[in-house]
Design a protein around this ligand. Sequence first.
Ligand code: BV8
Ligand code: ZN
Length: 242
Amino acid sequence: MTTDDQIHLARTHLASARHVTVLTGAGISADSGVPTFRGTDGLWRTFRAEDLATPEAFERDPRLVWEWYNWRRELIATKQPNPAHIALVELERRRPDTFWLITQNVDGLHRTAGSQRLSEIHGNIWKVRCTGCGIISENREVPLPILPTCRLCQALLRPHIVWFGESLLGEDLRRCDQALRNCDLLLVIGTSGIVYPAAGFASVAKEVGALVIEINLDSTPQSDLVDLSLQGRAKDLVPLLL
Ligand code: BV8
Ligand code: ZN
């Protein structure tokens, strides 16, 4: 089947779907210039996830971890949503009650693009959380003075991001489960399908009989599980599905 046939088939499935859930990963932001985690320009190549995106790393060396996040905040601050992000906002607009977007990305680009029915399951790089009183606030200072402390209780602030070994927020897990069990179409865009629990979401959707369509530059561990695999850039393929 040519890519055109595949796109036509995907469009037909999308148009007739009762409830659409979308899962995105770093690949959807790659077209905005945000480095992915495991690709050639991958973030982790210069850094190792184990060294930085963990509570132990923050405990051991909060300054190093904040320097890494400041570098990423500075980079992301100059990036804009791309046509793939915009197309998902349009998809949400067309089906206000039968659409949910789950993103693993912490860059906030879906929110900037206008997505509202959205779960940022790994958190958001523009939010900070107090390690003392737990208050969560938005902070767009670039760079953030290191080490940032809480205005209320003076304790150390941390990125409001889910690190490896940390559990996702209960509310997000519940919302994802609902969106995956209610959907009859799951669109998986730009994720390598390595990080759990998100890597297991496609099989949850398959369990309830949903159709799963993957958009990715390459094939992934999910590719033989999905019903349709569209190979290409998200910014080119996602708008074609509308
Ligand atoms: C949890 C925040 C339990 C940080 C992130 C075995 C060993 C060790 C650990 C585990 C294990 N099995 C499970 C675990 C736990 C671990 C895990 O899954 N580890 C993996 C590495 C095996 N998971 C966790 O720790 C999670 N928590 O399980 O909690 C628990 C329960 C109760 C109580 C306590 C604990 C928490 C996971 C969240 C980690 N945080 N991010 C930060 O960003 O600073 S994960 C990080 O990876 C990002 O969020 C990112 O989104 C995510 C996944 O990566 P992708 O988005 O897929 O990006 P990637 O670069 O990998 O791939 C890009 C894809 O796009 C590629 O396929 C590429 O081909 C494609 N692409 C590129 N360009 C384009 C494109 N596609 C289309 N168009 C393009 N232009
Ligand atoms: Zn505080």
